[in-house]
Design a protein. Structure first.
Lengths: 385, 385
DNA sequence: TGAATTAGTAAACTGCTCAGCAATATCCAG
DNA sequence: CTGGATATTGCTGAGCAGTTTACTAATTCA
């Protein structure tokens, strides 16, 4: 453990950061409240918050109507709009861009359909267009963006490349980090979609109380994202959670049970077929229930492997199929009890298909925070790579 | 992130700790060397190390023969013998106790056979006897011990109980923490044996360079321990790594291929049978090679599941069978390439059957360190629970 | 209007780090 | 054998950050 020594200036930096963290995500706060939250004395907080105001990180709110006894206090507010970050979902069928301020408040969300057959150039050009539209709508330029995280399907390595496999046509030759880097000088990450969705689920979703989470992205493709000890697990090569690649785990073929269910309208697209089967199962259709049961049986093997390997607190069922969790969760639970030693809680995602972009926002905010931690906080400005 | 503010006294504490860490594990060091290592100024280090000496954490070494030019510097040495910790392996067939000083130097190691059929009371009494012998041999009393970590088979929950299952007869009714706590007032942990062995492998073993490790404890039983991001993963209920419980993973039956190999002497005990087969395979015996291949094929499914789930940098093959890694590793590698996306490095453990107790020592030392971090360092003494 | 309560501010104090200088001890070249 | 070079120790004063204490300011309630 190579702990490095601390001096006064570093101490001040850290105390100032602890004020920022006490300020952020809370309603406008008095000096006394901040002192309590940050564990510092009132005078110390006073000078720290003063300098935050002059630097532009915080704003004063002069005392107004105050119903409590005593001298009314000024309140300080974190200037969440001092910077912004982007979370992007580069999907097969859609592109979703979310713009957020530094507090994680979503400023703007824009979804555009994407051509499933588009080659990487065309897809990245489409991403650019959606980003442009979002920025224009918010009256911003690329320089106002402090960090970007984009999600794609398939395992992503440290450089943001998708070398092993991906359902995005031609994508393993694409370099989205370089592409975005041409217009944005802020830090840019590309990450696997399941991993981002898992992050979102812990941030604003159904697993915010848990530190050990297995997240399932269930749809026509099935994937998993892992959060252990509260932090996203990428794996040494970025391929953590890819248990679906194991032949004994029939995640590739599992959704097929839904499509091949007797009674599905011949005209239905694959995604619609699954929705039809779930609805039919909900209505009590015998064939549909069998199909769902087969689907969950195949799904459960992989989930059980993850559960046994990691012993998580919560398994979150997310992705496109999570809308039908009411007919999936119970059979899945029954299957899992057959396999597992200790059954974790099973929860259905509520974030819908924004989870990937949301997770991207969260990772971008984390990136901003880690910059603050390492570089300290000068006047707010977009970090450069 | 609830970072709490820092004041001067806490800062001194941290700087003093950083001196301790700069001192420990290094040869006796001069003030200048320490200043460099800890990132502090020379005068600062001087007063800090002075107070460490008066507290008893460090010793001065007056300058003696000095071959370098200039005024000879005093050297300071960490008093590794200020305290000691125990690592214990409570196995089915043996009990192994390791006594270590604060620097991780092994002071005393004692192995005693255990009755496989012994009930928990008898087994814990045997543990007591081995501990007593070790302490007596080192001239110590229970009060000289600062932390104890014991390893047992089967998943261990946070309280040190083995409630799910275990091959130790009657053990799920045992409470080893309470038993040891009657004589020792220091912190006591009980942990799963595979997890401890994994920790040892990263500490003094073959995976000291890796942060993401899957450790296999391969013997008549097969188990796994996970280290991710450099820290041991226990799982929410302490059952991480128990992938062997999955029916599709045939870890329970895998060693059977070895015992049922044609040609094994009828008189051989199960453990000896495996050794015989490995030797025969080494000598080119056809049946033995087939048996080993079957064994690795069954083993590989579970390993592949862990590898795909976690994408580790290294897989370590340890446990009793690791002595025969020369005939196992290559077939295992071949099987894994069939299953995995990205093959991690495959290494054979070199720690032998001391790994569990060694891992216990490491965890005990970690416990001591975390006490120092939270409570600061007064004069050295055994921490109380 | 005065008591009670809370906020803001100034001054004194503590404790730590750092820069720099003088003192000291050894080695080595001449 | 001696003086210079080198490297370490010990010391002092300056600077800085945070705490404590005390005092003043602003507001509500009785």
């Amino acid at each position: 453990m190579a702990t490095t020594g601390t001096d006064l200036s570093r101490m001040r930096e850290m105390n100032q950061l602890s004020i920022v963290w006490a300020l952020r995500g809370n309603p406008p706060s008095t000096v006394t409240e901040l002192a309590g939250r940050a564990g510092l004395s009132r005078p110390a907080v006073d000078v720290l918050v003063q300098s935050l105001v002059t630097d532009g990180w915080a704003e004063v709110e002069e005392p107004g109507a105050n119903s409590v006894v005593g001298r009314p206090a000024r309140r300080f507010r974190f200037r969440a709009d001092a910077g912004h970050v982007l979370g992007i979902d580069i999907g097969v069928h859609k592109i979703l861009v979310v713009l957020s301020d530094l507090e994680g408040n979503l400023v703007r969300t824009l979804r555009r359909p994407a051509d499933p057959e588009a080659d990487p150039r065309a897809r990245l050009a489409a991403v650019d267009r959606v980003i442009d539209e979002v920025l224009r709508g918010a009256g911003m330029t690329p320089d106002d963006i402090w960090a970007i995280t984009a999600g794609v399907t398939g395992p992503v390595d440290a450089s943001g490349r998708t070398s092993l496999f991906t359902p995005l046509p031609g994508w393993n030759a694409a370099d989205p980090v370089a592409h975005l880097g041409a217009r944005f000088s802020c830090p840019i990450q590309v990450e696997n979609d399941c991993k981002l969705a898992a992050v979102a689920e812990r941030w604003k979703g159904v697993a915010s109380d848990a530190d050990d989470i297995v997240f399932l992205l269930a749809g026509l493709r099935t994937g998993a994202g892992l959060i252990l000890d509260g932090t996203l697990r990428r794996g040494h090569g970025g391929a953590a959670g890819e248990i679906g690649a194991l032949k004994a785990v029939r995640w590739l073929t599992a959704p097929g049970h839904l499509e091949s269910c007797p009674g599905v309208p011949a005209s239905a697209a694959p995604g619609e077929a699954a929705a039809w089967v779930f609805q039919a199962a909900r209505d009590g259709d015998r064939d549909a229930r069998t199909a769902v049961r087969r689907y969950t049986r195949d799904l459960a093997v992989g989930v059980a492997a993850l559960v046994l390997a990691l012993d998580p607190q919560v398994v979150v069922y997310g992705g496109g199929f999570s809308r039908s969790s009411d007919v999936v969760l119970e059979p899945l639970r029954q299957e899992l009890t057959k396999h597992c030693l200790r059954l974790p809680e099973l929860r259905a995602s509520t974030l819908g298909d924004e989870s990937v972009a949301l997770g991207g926002v969260r990772l971008s905010l984390d990136e901003v925070d880690s910059r603050l931690l390492s570089d300290g906080l000068a006047a707010p400005s977009a970090p450069r790579r």
